[in-house]
Design a protein around this ligand. Structure first.
Ligand code: NDP
Length: 283
């Protein structure tokens, strides 16, 4: 068997057309969706992510503003900035790029963002809404993955989904979304004994760990759907995922590549969340 490739760029483009229509409708009623991105310090990877997010906003006529703060800014200084953005009616989405310098408490910053502008979906109120079935913001990466699975018509109800990784940003919300779609969900993590024993039972595997080629063809069953969230670098510095793509392609039914799989969807869902917030705020 040779797996079909789930093309994140194509699905993302399809979703962006819908987003663009919503932006037009909002603009026609006098509302321009606005995203504020807060970047503290000089981390190169963070600067790259922030620039990608801003370019995507620009491309789809979403207003975006970058607030660059010095690495040395005090925690209170950052919290004050967030509060200012909470009160700014031109801003519908606030994103504080993580990680933050070690003297700043990330949890405190996330909890200061107005939940109605928390387009990253990290605020406990939004995490709680996801868990209890309420209408909140869903973290962009798992949101993108569930949209990808739906676009590909992959049967979720009754499927056994095994998620490798339990972070608040990817693994945990991924499980909640799959549960909502009636999948049976298993979480694996660094303390899981015999990872392959669990992953081999999966109809759908979501690998969100950050270890290059952790998931090999020995970890999957014939016909599984394999979603690779990982963003790692190989020996030549090239971007690669958590999955041995070549090996797993020979056994899987469908698989996401890295790059070109989950990554493009993440930014698209940030745009979707920003537009959703603008719609809600303009009601
Ligand atoms: P975290 O480091 O927060 O979480 C990693 C998870 O993997 C933890 O739950 C950890 O377990 C688990 N883990 C570590 N080692 C093993 C192991 N040997 N076996 C099984 N599980 C293990 O990472 P994130 O969730 O933030 O990100 C995961 C990956 O996805 C990274 O490569 C990141 O760069 C990428 N990413 C990609 C995005 C995209 O848009 N494509 C967006 C976000 C992330 P424990 O909890 O026990 O420590």
């Amino acid at each position: 068997m040779s797996a079909s490739i789930i093309d994140g760029k194509k699905i993302s483009q399809h979703m962006r057309e819908k987003i663009e229509n919503k932006v037009m409708t909002l603009k026609n009623s006098g509302v321009t969706p606005g995203l504020a991105v807060v970047l503290v310090g000089d981390n190169q990877a963070s600067k790259t992510y922030v620039s990608m997010k801003q370019k995507a906003c620009e491309k789809h006529s979403i207003y975006s503003t970058l607030i660059r703060l010095d690495e040395e800014i005090s925690e209170q200084g950052l919290l004050d900035k967030v509060i200012e953005l909470n009160n700014d009616s031109a801003i519908h989405g606030i994103l504080v790029q993580l990680p933050l310098p070690s003297h700043i408490d990330e949890t405190k910053v996330i909890e200061t963002i107005d939940p109605s502008k928390d387009v990253d979906g990290f605020h406990p109120i939004n995490a709680g809404r996801l868990m209890t079935g309420g209408d909140g913001f869903v973290p962009c990466t798992p949101y993108g993955i569930i949209e990808m699975l739906k676009y590909e018509n992959i049967e979720l109800a009754g499927a056994h989904a095994v998620i490798v990784g339990r972070s608040n940003i990817v693994g945990k919300p991924m499980g909640q979304l799959l549960l909502k779609e009636h999948a049976t969900v298993t979480y694996c993590h660094s303390k899981t004994k015999d990872l392959a024993c669990h992953t081999k039972q999966a109809d759908i595997i979501i690998a969100a760990v950050g270890i290059r080629e952790l998931i090999t063809k020995e970890h999957i069953k014939e016909g599984a759907v394999v979603i690779d969230v990982g963003m790692n670098r190989d020996d030549e510095g090239k971007l690669c995922g958590d999955v041995d793509f070549q090996g797993c392609s020979s056994k899987a039914q469908a698989i996401t590549p890295v790059p070109g799989g989950v990554g493009p969807m993440t930014i698209t869902m940030l745009l979707a969340n920003t537009v959703k917030s603008a719609e809600k705020h303009s009601l």
